[in-house]
Design a protein around this ligand. Structure first.
Ligand code: PLP
Length: 415
């Protein structure tokens, strides 16, 4: 008799985006013909730059002839791409080897799957608020017995709260944990840990033989040169951290699908031998994955050429100008705005004591703007809302104009 994995039943409902869609739909039904300004979604909107298009096109052409056709490639990813990534990291002083990189079809799957390297009763520490995949993948893997509805937390997980007064960067755990998920720059708060703060986590992990799973999907959005872009900029991190990254938000590959994970040879956990975790991830990828698309990898390689980097960074700069426009607009209304300077997300304190969802409704009803309620990313996100800087400039400008013209902030009786 086949039995289901009961851990799926423990997952709290994926409430956030379906609920946003439901409220938007019912608003449109009540106000037919209205245009909604969508500043909620973390999806890229701008066309790929010419250098990347050329790389993708050339690989498609190679597939068109028997002489240049290629089928399955190396499970770990094409060697030229991994070597290009080695050079990419060298630019900020990080020395890695090509065989420490595992090319994937995106960061989300790696962020979900990496936990399979660790024993089921591992104690997991997760940022609150955070991108949901870290929590959900560990629930499915059986690391929490239940969801505590009164607190909004899964039992047995250790939550590292990003608090306003601490700039939303959490402190290291106060108890012993085995796995620590860090999303830096953080989605949704846009906060970025500095060297000292990351060093605190690395020191903790080395002391407790914990492993840090470091999601750096937005590292290319860090413009402050004093902030670390990779956890491996911190001494000792190769012994205690796995870094996951993506071409999605850096090169506009959300639909093309390409990412990478670094499992250094030096990485160790409580009882593993040096090199064992690297070998385990290699084994896992060879068993469960047949390599990323060779077309996507050719595009990734093109993105890492000098020309590709310049062009991709110009797209990142375009989104960051959107972020600046959003920030200026919201600050002009005396709202409290965080993030948006080293990340494409702005984390905005709800005014008038409104909850995240109440402010969502107010923006929708008064301004026809959709943002993402902070409480959907974890209990510590309550009383915040996330604005995304991904969008065409004219839409961003129109959304901000609508907020400026229509948002009523003087009414204290909104609740
Ligand atoms: N990690 C973070 C923090 C994200 O916000 C996202 C997407 O929004 C991802 C990973 C997913 O990346 P990918 O498109 O490479 O799967």
């Amino acid at each position: 008799m086949a039995q289901i994995n009961q851990n799926y039943r423990k997952l709290a409902a994926g409430y956030l985006f379906p609920e946003i869609a439901r409220r938007s739909k019912s608003y449109l039904e009540a106000h037919p013909g209205t245009h909604l300004h969508r500043l909620g979604i973390g999806n890229t909107t701008e066309a790929l730059p010419p250098a990347i298009i050329e790389g993708l096109r050339e690989q498609v052409e190679r597939l068109a002839s028997n002489a240049t056709y290629s089928g399955y490639g190396d499970e770990q990813g094409s060697l030229p791409l991994r070597e290009a990534l080695v050079s990419y990291y060298k630019a900020w002083g990080v020395n890695l080897q090509a065989d420490e990189f595992f090319i994937s079809d995106g960061a989300k799957a790696d962020a979900a799957n990496i936990q399979s390297l660790f024993v089921e009763d591992s104690i997991v520490a997760i940022q609150d608020p955070a991108y949901p995949v870290y929590v959900d993948s560990n629930v499915i893997a059986g690391r929490s017995p239940s969801f505590d509805h009164s607190r909004g937390y899964y039992d047995k997980f250790v939550y590292l709260q990003g608090l306003e007064e601490e700039g939303f960067v959490p402190s290291v755990p106060t108890e012993k944990v085995d796995l620590i998920y860090l999303c830096n720059p953080n989605n949704p708060t846009g906060a970025v840990a500095n060297h000292e703060q990351l060093k605190g986590f690395v020191t903790y992990a080395l002391k407790h033989k914990a492993v840090i799973i470091y999601d750096a999907a937005y590292s290319e959005y860090i413009s402050d040169a004093t902030l670390p872009k990779s956890i491996y900029e911190i001494e000792g991190a190769q012994q205690c951290a796995i870094e996951i990254n993506s071409f999605s938000k850096f090169a506009g590959f959300t639909g093309v699908r390409l990412g990478w994970t670094i499992v250094p040879h030096a990485l160790v956990s409580e009882e593993s031998e040096v090199g064992e975790l690297h070998k385990m991830w290699y084994r896992r990828q060879c068993t469960f994955f047949n390599g990323a698309s060779n077309i996507a990898q050719a595009g990734g390689l093109a993105a890492l050429t000098p020309e590709g980097l310049v062009q991709s960074r110009a797209t990142v700069a375009y989104y960051m100008e959107n972020a600046r426009i959003i920030r200026e607009g919201l600050l002009g209304l005396n709202l409290k705005v965080y993030g948006g300077d080293n990340a494409p997300y702005l984390w905005v304190k709800t005014p008038l004591g409104l909850s995240s969802w109440q402010f969502f409704d107010k923006l929708l009803n008064e301004c026809q703007v959709i943002a993402t309620p902070g409480s959907g990313f974890g209990p510590a996100g309550e009383s915040f809302i996330r604005f995304s800087a991904f969008g065409h400039r004219e839409n961003i400008v129109a959304a901000m104009q609508s907020i400026k013209d229509n948002l009523r902030l003087e009414n204290q009786n909104e609740r």
